[in-house]
Design a protein around this ligand. Structure first.
Ligand code: SF4
Length: 730
């Protein structure tokens, strides 16, 4: 699944007075236009009300060339327009809005002044042709002047957006030349975060009217785009194939730069996303002030269209993740990101609240101690999870692999099982979940007995030994309902091992029955329960839980319930869900809790790292969380093995989360088990995982053999049922 981004913004057209006379522009005026400070404050309050994260400051160029504008600026206490823009940005930052300014060609000094109060800035290159009819009367549209500003922004380390206008009279060759010119500046400074490919559309004139008001009205009423205006004589033709060619050129010339397509200026955006475009730009809550008659499609509408093609729409900030640090941003602006939008900061092991030192010097000794199964300190574990040096990561891998060989041998195990998610109705509302649905949601479901029985029978036909059952937290279910599903499963297939009910579901049973966890487990055991999944653990750190699932049971309760399960003779697995907002030190705490519990009960059969799948979840859509890379995933896998030491001998890789190929690779990173065949999988699939929902035993055996290891089918509790030795070489 590919992630396509957009920024939730609000446009402030601070001044439309402009020194240029571009023929395509319906935005600029040559009369005095300047929002007064109280009007700016009102608009900023409106931006907050409309839940914008970015303030797009859009202006004409050097409006103070107009004497009346200059006079008004002076009366507001500003010697020039840049000072007024900076003032507006400061007021935006105070409200938690991140300013992105697009105010035309600026000199180095003005760029630097704005850098102090903006998260990013932008200037379209537009074209490399210096003689376009459309630019007559606009000296700063000369490509050299514009490239000078773009280059200066790079020298000043300003995260920057640029782009080209397509169809303003340039030739197809010049379009690619313009992209080459941007690629050359980017190669020097690495500051271009995205390149906009904007197809020219002709506008009606708005003499005497305020484009911002027209845009806002169009956006609020979600009107269809206005009547098509015939292109002027100087325009050049553009079609979808040409735009496709330009998307490909961008990807080729600047593979690390986003490609932005305005989704309101043509119906091509979805085809261009398919071609490789990565971003849909800022979707202003108050419309497009440059093309006011073209409202933006709504994010839910775009999300539906993208989902149908296997893509996920996700919010981003105006500053891209790779620039969110002190090198690229002023501390005051970075502080707003840290306070308001911390989840968008890529996980760099720095900690986003109190800064926490990562003691990488501890890593070599920690690896040695872990190789011998010794427990590691919190600082050591934190350093392992935060490690970024490739040699140290390779050392971690080798140590994890050796520990695996010692504790679990070479045989790769798996279980033939079937998942049944009996209902997805859930009242908890975890931000990382794409599965749970409100009772009235059209996507809510609840299997009836016949459906349930059919699924159990399918499991039997498939040769399953285990049935794994988990559901949402259904508000109407009582302990008797949960017992009922177990009994029904046993009635249909008494031979199946029932591995069921997360700690959260058990907590719900306790609440509705008034019984303690031990008594609930006693009842569930009587009804046929064989073992408990160690899910709902997420990260066993209350700070993390409060942020991603505030309604979920706290750590102490999770521990209490799992301990009660072990005390009742029901062994469990234990999981961790990582790769979202958690910090390395919080994973270290998770491992401390797991090891201590295991030292008390010895009840964990296996540890299952579950990497977070963000695409269709709240965290992914609106909090900027991206899927963890394969490399980071594998590194974490090794760190989990080392953190477990000798406490839990089996480490599983989840092919549903990471794909079978990466899971097979994880066999070199400390993993000895590939989990189950599943047959049905809703939780990861609905979060956007595309690694399938079912595997045949032969697939898992094949993956083990391809990794040079023998395989064996096991039961839930790790008795080997059938061995699959490595084929003898011919
Ligand atoms: S993770 Fe579980 S408890 Fe949380 S919303 Fe999803 S189904 Fe409900």
């Amino acid at each position: 699944m590919r992630r396509v981004t957009f920024s939730r913004n609000f446009t402030l057209s601070l001044s439309r007075t402009c020194r240029c006379y571009c023929k395509y522009c319906a935005f600029a005026t040559h009369r005095a236009h300047l929002h007064a400070p109280d009007e700016v404050e009102r608009l900023l309050d409106e931006a907050v009300k409309r839940r914008a994260k970015e303030l797009l400051v859009l202006t004409g160029e050097r409006p103070e060339v107009n004497a009346e504008v200059a006079e008004r600026l002076r009366s507001y206490g500003h010697e020039d327009f840049t000072s007024y823009v900076a003032w507006a940005c400061e007021r935006a930052l105070e409200r938690g809005l991140l300013p992105h300014t697009n105010v035309g060609v600026l000199d180095r000094e003005d760029l630097a002044r704005l850098r102090e109060v903006t998260a990013s800035q932008g200037l379209m290159l537009e074209s490399v042709n210096p003689d376009l009819e459309a630019h007559r009367g606009s000296p700063t549209k000369h490509p050299l002047r514009r490239l000078e500003t773009i280059r200066a922004a790079g020298e000043l380390k300003i995260p920057f957006t640029s782009g080209i206008l397509v169809g303003i009279g340039e030739t197809p060759e010049e379009r690619v030349e313009a992209l080459e010119a941007l690629a050359a500046v980017h190669a020097e400074h690495g500051h271009l975060q995205e390149v906009i490919l904007q197809n020219f559309v002709a506008h009606p004139r708005y003499y005497g009217a305020e484009p911002g008001e027209i845009a806002d009205a169009a956006q609020r009423s979600a009107t269809e785009p206005g009547a098509v205006v015939a292109p002027p004589e100087w325009a050049s033709e553009v079609d979808l194939d040409e735009m496709r060619r330009l998307v490909r050129a961008c990807r080729r010339l600047m593979p690390d730069v986003g490609v932005q397509i305005p989704p309101n200026l043509s119906n091509w955006w979805i085809a261009l996303v398919e071609e490789g475009a990565t971003d849909l730009g800022g979707l202003s809550a108050n419309g497009d002030h440059i093309s006011p008659e073209h409202p933006f499609p709504s994010p839910p509408a775009m999300r539906r269209q993208l989902e149908a093609r296997g893509h996920a729409l996700a919010e981003r900030l105006c500053v891209y993740p790779q620039y969110m640090d002190g090198d690229w941003m002023e501390q005051g602006v970075l502080d707003v990101v840290k306070a308001r939008y911390w989840s968008f900061i890529p996980r760099r092991g720095s900690g986003r609240r109190a800064e926490r030192a990562i003691r990488s010097e501890l890593v070599p000794r920690a690896i040695e101690r872990a190789r011998d199964g010794g427990p590691l300190s919190e600082d050591e574990l934190t350093a392992l999870f935060a490690e970024r040096r490739s040699e140290a990561i390779e050392d971690m891998r080798q140590a994890a692999d050796e520990l695996r060989a010692e504790l679990a041998g070479d045989t790769v195990t798996f279980v033939v099982n079937r998942n049944i998610n009996v209902s997805n109705v859930c009242v908890v509302g975890c931000a990382f979940c794409g599965f749970g649905q409100g009772k009235r949601s059209p996507a809510a479901y609840e299997h009836d007995r016949a459906e349930f029985v059919a699924r159990v029978e399918e499991a039997v036909d498939f040769g399953a030994t285990e049935l794994c059952m988990q559901s949402g937290i259904h508000p109407d279910w009582t302990l008797a309902d949960y017992e009922g599903w177990l009994r029904l499963a046993k009635e249909v297939a008494p031979q199946l091992h029932l591995h069921a009910y997360s700690a959260m579901e058990v907590d719900h049973m306790c609440e509705t029955s008034g019984l303690a966890p031990t008594e609930v487990f006693h009842r569930l055991r009587e009804a046929g329960l064989g073992s408990t999944p160690g899910t709902a653990a997420e990260v066993l750190h209350d700070g993390v839980r409060e942020r991603i699932s505030p309604n979920k049971l706290p750590v102490a309760r999770w521990v209490e319930i799992i301990e009660a399960s072990h005390a009742a003779g029901l062994r469990s697995t234990v999981t961790v869900m990582f790769g979202h907002i958690e910090e390395p030190c919080e994973l270290a705490e998770h491992m401390r809790v797991v090891r201590r519990l295991q030292a008390r009960t010895g009840g964990f059969t296996e540890f299952v790292p579950l990497s977070f799948v963000p695409h269709h979840t709240l965290l992914g859509r609106t909090h900027g969380i991206e899927e963890i890379s394969r490399e980071e995933n594998l590194k974490h896998t090794a760190a989990f093995r080392l953190a477990l030491g000798r406490s839990v001998p089996s480490l599983q890789a989840s092919w549903v989360k990471m794909g079978l190929d990466a899971a097979a690779e994880a066999l070199r990173w400390g993993v000895n088990d590939l989990g189950g065949t599943l047959m049905e999988e809703s939780i990861s699939r609905l979060a956007g995982s595309q690694h399938g929902v079912r595997l045949e035993p032969a697939d898992l055996v094949g993956a083990a053999h391809a990794a040079g290891r023998p395989a064996a089918e096991r039961t839930t509790l790790y008795e080997l049922r059938r061995r699959y030795e490595l084929p003898v070489a011919a």
